[in-house]
Design a protein around this ligand. Sequence first.
Ligand SMILES: C[S@@+](CC[C@H](N)C(=O)[O-])C[C@H]1O[C@@H](n2cnc3c(N)ncnc32)[C@H](O)[C@@H]1O
Length: 423
Amino acid sequence: MLTATTWSHLGDVADAIARRGPPLPPPAVPHSQRPQKQRNRPIRRFELVLDELEAAAAALEGSDDGGGGGGGVDGFRLSDGGDIARGGCSTNPLECAAARRSPIVRLQWCHSHGDALPACVGADRDRVVRVPRPIDPISALPASRFHRKRQQLANMVAIISLAAPFLHGGPATWPRGPTTPPLIVDFCSGAGHLGLLLAVCFPQCRVIVADWNVRSLELAEERRRKARLTNVEVLRCDIHRFSRVFDLGVALHACGDLTDRAISHCLACNASYVVCPCCVGKLHAGTGAGAAAAGAEAGVAGALECSGVGPMPFPRSHKMASILDVKQFEVLAAAADFNAHSGGGQGGEEGEGARRSLVAQETEMETERDAVLRKRRRRCKWWMEIDRSVRAEEAGWRASLYRMCPLSASPKNDILVARKVRV
Ligand SMILES: C[S@@+](CC[C@H](N)C(=O)[O-])C[C@H]1O[C@@H](n2cnc3c(N)ncnc32)[C@H](O)[C@@H]1O
């Protein structure tokens, strides 16, 4: 358990962050061309915050040591395996066919544009689905973005096909009986990149593509029509008010607590889910403090479920809520957010700061200091995703964590899976 002194200091740091906004303002000129004085000041402040967070994360690991050596980390172990609790993750099915028993769905784009995924032994067992041009991101996104969107989709579809075998298992495997085909909901679907693809890959399923942005949905509907898909419903709805019963929830880059809303709908519906969160820095007291405090007052370890309107409680898991209060969680969330600390603006899946940092990594131009900061950010983000996954485990789901392949597919490349175990 963390000492009161550490946490009261972290509380001060959180207050400081709240008062002055994101610690690193977006640089007006490239990092390397900025005068020394201007460059160092905000970074020093940022390091101060991260040093505290690093100490906190280390204390988390060292806490609750029951003699097993793993201490607090063991307390966060997911049923999917020890690697996950120690900062690793499950093997991405696109990277290694040998590590899995069942085949997956691999996508074949209409024009490859050099974005073939890494060759992998055993992949010849997999089912290859040819993507119709109207739902290929190449037809909806600029050249600077479609390539990585394709990579993100290939990862999501592969992991979904592995995590939800009932999608291609035939009526005997359908969760709600052989007369009810599985229903998939793509939350915060935007133009329907993921949902429309799933409708092609799993034609026996029905898919709802749900978002509240009219323009995005018009585009989704146009793409659905052009691809002649008859198993898709394009639905305008605020995620807070979604009320259908379904079997699998998916969400690709649903910002901040929208990912948690999607997960909550899945838990409420006994559905499995595969989500790739983004913008964790948006998780703050305004989205969760009220309900968490109410839960604590009522003697419950956090009022942890909330699938509709009302504040979303953070931390998400009882386990994490027994260690961190909302303010401490906010500090973790702020440090975990890629855009806030890498010089980019807030929000969006492809923040400029995050993109610059990825390019630096890929081209080996990253400075030692940037690498340290990136690793710290990564560690904080990992704890956020562990918290979400432990929440699902506490509710009786089997959770796993994956990362996209290649990692440069997106700065927000964690994929969370939770399978509803049916008895
Ligand atoms: C970063 S985009 C992701 C879009 C899409 N999943 C993709 O990967 O291209 C987030 C989406 O969330 C939608 N959104 C934001 N708030 C929402 C809400 N309250 N209910 C439903 N959708 C919402 C936005 O309209 C936007 O399309």
